[in-house]
Design a protein around this ligand. Structure first.
Ligand SMILES: *Cc1c(COP(=O)(O)O)cnc(C)c1O
Length: 457
């Protein structure tokens, strides 16, 4: 809507010292002139189910007619001499390309592009999205508010956004070979940290217990972490109690027996597997056993390895876990964000919280997790991100993506072998996945390890 048009409608924007009138329909007189010139289009639309009709000038007549003395635009100028300059001010930014709109930011962005192209990036958690994903990210989809889920949004006008999110759901399930009767997905989390926190918020009460891999052992802050001094670092440790399990300092592998012992004592309500710098496979069956013994929900945060899982280049957590979260921008190669998969339908086994008095035969994650994402923790979904994720997930299901993921693993193996030949010490002595952990503690360089990773460019 062009808010600069002069009219006597009585509506105005309150933030101007002299109110700018708003109009929904052109004035009668102008409509008549337009009709004479045959330049009016009727636009049908509905508000809350009521059919409405708006009359608007065709083509660019309102812009190109400044010099013409017969058009309605020039009549308005005659009524309000400041109109054209106000209109120019409002539109000044509208259609300017970035280098003109903001050369300062554009120049820095160009430098960053060169840095990304020319350098060797070995950061395990980073990746490079394809052009189509970037186009969706930088699109008009960012303009739309769509709080809620497909079919039940707060605002109107979400028919296209609904379609995009539904496609994203089905591609997400397809990418991981999941049956939509048994698994649901939420694609709205802004990041994996927020995805994890949404799971805790939905399933737990403040002060309830969680247990994940210790951060210095390769876990993630969002699984609960206290500094050695006892400072609570992430919201997961501020609002919930956490006790971590660890890797065996000699072998670098998770110490499953100790994990079980700690879990039996601590009795977390959510047991978390998955981490940020663990180069080996996870024994999901063992985690399941422990979770069942203590009546915990088993959650996997597969943020780093989700691309490998999708390409079947590592063991899938879906067989054993109740909830699986992930980033979408690491090995999955999509836009920056988070995703949550949860079991639904009849329970397939004695599962978490049964022993805490929940005797229902069906999973109840869907409503709790969706409600936690919105309205508990987030507002409007980032629709540009969701469209970009749908695009990335389409690629994930192709043979080309599998080839890419296989090559990533080969590269990691090659790097590991080269380092081992040069007598470097790798944690666990090698890698099963996309990352290599090089122990620099013997060099006196780092507290624990340097963190090096490979990826196919
Ligand atoms: C990277 C990572 C996260 C955090 O993802 P963000 O999207 O940056 O919040 C969470 N969990 C694990 C295991 C990760 O590796």
């Amino acid at each position: 809507m062009d808010l600069t048009q002069a009219a006597q409608s009585g509506l105005s924007l309150g933030f101007h010292s002299s109110p700018i009138p708003l109009q929904l329909l052109d004035q009668k007189q102008e409509t008549r002139i337009d009709n004479e010139e045959n330049q009016v289009e009727d636009e049908q639309f509905s508000i809350l189910g009521h059919q409405m009709c708006i009359k608007r000038p065709r083509d660019n007549s309102s812009q190109s007619s400044a010099s013409s003395s017969t058009t309605n635009s020039s009549k308005r100028v005659a009524m309000d001499p400041g109109l054209e300059s106000r209109r120019a001010m409002v539109r000044a930014w509208g259609n300017q390309p970035l280098p003109i709109a903001d050369p300062e930011i554009h120049e820095i962005m160009e430098k960053e592009k060169q840095r990304q192209f020319k350098g060797i990036e070995l950061i395990a958690s980073e990746n490079f999205v394809c052009r189509a994903v970037m186009e969706a990210l930088g699109s008009h989809l960012t303009n739309k508010y769509s709080e809620g889920l497909p079919g039940s949004r707060y605002y109107t006008g979400n028919q296209n956004i609904d379609q995009i999110e539904l496609i994203c759901w089905s591609r997400a399930l397809a990418a991981f070979g999941l049956d939509s009767d048994k698994w649901g997905v939420n694609v709205q989390p802004y990041s994996c940290t927020s995805a994890n926190f949404a799971v805790y918020t939905g399933l737990l009460l403040p002060g309830d217990r969680i247990m994940g891999l210790d951060s210095p052992s390769g876990g993630h802050l969002s699984h609960g972490y206290y500094t050695p001094g006892g400072k609570r670092v992430s919201a997961s440790s501020i609002f919930f109690e956490s006790l971590p399990y660890k890797v065996n300092p000699q072998t670098g592998y998770i110490d499953y027996d100790k994990m079980e012992e700690k879990a039996m004592d601590f009795r977390p309500k959510i047991l978390i597997c998955g981490g940020s710098s663990y180069p080996r496979e996870w024994d999901y069956a063992r985690f399941r056993q422990v979770a069942d013994r203590i009546g915990a929900v088993l959650m996997c945060d597969m943020a780093h390895i989700s691309g490998l899982v999708a390409a079947k280049e590592c063991v899938s957590p879906f067989e054993y876990c109740d909830i699986v979260t992930s980033t979408t921008h690491k090995s999955l190669r999509g836009p920056r964000g988070g995703i949550i998969f949860y079991r639904k339908g009849p329970k397939s086994r004695k599962q978490g919280m049964l022993s805490h008095g929940d005797c229902s035969s069906h999973y109840d994650f869907e409503e709790k997790i969706n409600f936690a994402v919105h309205p508990s923790l987030q507002g409007g979904p980032h629709n540009n991100h969701i469209a970009a994720l749908a695009i990335a997930l389409k690629q994930v299901a192709t043979p080309e993506y599998k080839a890419y993921m296989q090559q990533v693993r080969k590269n990691a193996q090659a790097l590991a072998s080269a380092l081992l030949r040069r007598k470097c010490r790798l944690v666990t002595g090698g890698t099963d996945n996309h990352l290599v952990l090089w122990d620099l503690t013997t060099w006196g360089l780092a507290e624990m390890v340097a963190f090096i990773v490979t990826r196919l460019q």
